[in-house]
Design a protein around this ligand. Structure first.
Ligand SMILES: C[S@@+](CC[C@H](N)C(=O)[O-])C[C@H]1O[C@@H](n2cnc3c(N)ncnc32)[C@H](O)[C@@H]1O
Length: 189
């Protein structure tokens, strides 16, 4: 459960993660597009340089907001530069968390949250999912995906148990290239 306690994606890998070749297997239009609409309040948790955040900002458009959360300032700085170039920076709110902070600063009443390739880097997965679940609107969707090269099926299952015990309900498995992925919905309590 406590795998990879010290492994945090380095900044140089952040550059690789925004390579346009990634579009071939993990296109944001198909990965997150079905769940986003103009005006929504959404979060990209562990956003790095914003491979998903920038298309998400285009999808929620000017009336929406994308909260981009990371623990590395350099990732967020690079994300904001990229967002300015695409003219979507007005919709993006960067949020730098410290590893030792709780999650008090996370926004609430979220319509959608993306946790893509980040949960395996977080030591306390229960605490993370509790914080995410508390901040979702009733009916809000959480897309949880992990890289199948780094996270095995058992580890993914253990993380999904944390998600379920936080009050998130499984909706459907998702077929995303080189990933384990599940869509959850907040509809309990
Ligand atoms: C492998 S990258 C994935 C980036 C992005 N989700 C994507 O798919 O392109 C993981 C990111 O999560 C961030 N991260 C790791 N632990 C975190 C935590 N506890 N809270 C917020 N972000 C975290 C890392 O700094 C890194 O930018």
């Amino acid at each position: 459960m406590e795998q990879n306690r010290n492994h945090i994606c380095p900044v140089w890998v952040g550059y690789l993660m925004v390579n346009p070749l990634r579009l071939l297997g993990q296109n944001p239009d198909t990965v997150v597009g079905p769940y986003l609409e103009p005006g929504m309040k959404v979060m990209d948790f562990g956003c790095a340089m914003g491979y998903f955040s920038i298309p998400m900002a285009q999808m929620v458009s000017k009336s929406g907001t994308v909260y981009c959360v990371d623990i590395q300032e350099k990732m967020l700085a690079r994300l904001m530069k990229r967002a300015e170039r695409k003219n979507v920076h007005h919709m993006i709110k960067p949020l730098l968390l410290s590893e030792n902070d709780g999650y008090n600063e996370l926004p609430d009443q979220l319509d959608f949250a993306l946790l893509f390739a980040v949960v395996h880097e977080v030591p306390d997965k229960k605490k993370l999912f509790n914080a995410i679940s508390e901040r979702m609107k009733e009916g809000g969707k959480v897309l949880f995906a992990e890289p199948s090269g780094h996270v095995n099926a058992i580890q993914f299952e253990e993380s999904m148990e944390c998600a379920e015990s936080s009050g998130l309900k499984k909706v459907t498995m998702l077929n995303i290239y080189r990933s384990h992925a599940m869509l959850f919905c907040k509809n309990g309590k």
